[in-house]
Structure formats: C-alpha cells, structure tokens
Design a protein. Structure first.
Length: 59
C-alpha cells in the first residue's frame, strides 16, 4: 500500500500498524525509515481524531 493519503478507516489503520511493525527498526535515512516516519505521523493523526480527549471542564 502506498501511504499518500490520511488513514480514514480501521482497515487502513490496521495495515499501517502492521507495516510499521515490520519496518520499525529501519535506518532513518533509508526508504523504509522514511516510510516509518510517515506512518508514525499518519497513525498519530488517525488516533488523535478517533480517540480525541475533551478538555476538562473548569470548576
């Protein structure tokens, strides 16, 4: 899968996690390392949108 768009479904999210797991220890300057960095960003964005935490109510 090419990661050229945001993650929008649970299926894409699971594929991204699986791929990241397989390339996690890649050299940062390699194509896999750059892909891992992109996946971390996309996964983080998806998780923040899906599991957003509301600010606490002030008393």
């Amino acid at each position: 899968m090419h990661w050229n768009k945001p993650i929008t479904t649970t299926q894409e999210y699971k594929k991204a996690l699986k791929r990241l797991s397989s390339i996690f220890d890649a050299n940062p300057d390699s194509p896999e390392g750059m892909e891992a960095e992109l996946l971390v960003t996309l996964i983080d964005k998806y998780e923040k949108e899906l599991y957003s935490i509301a600010l606490p109510e002030p008393y």
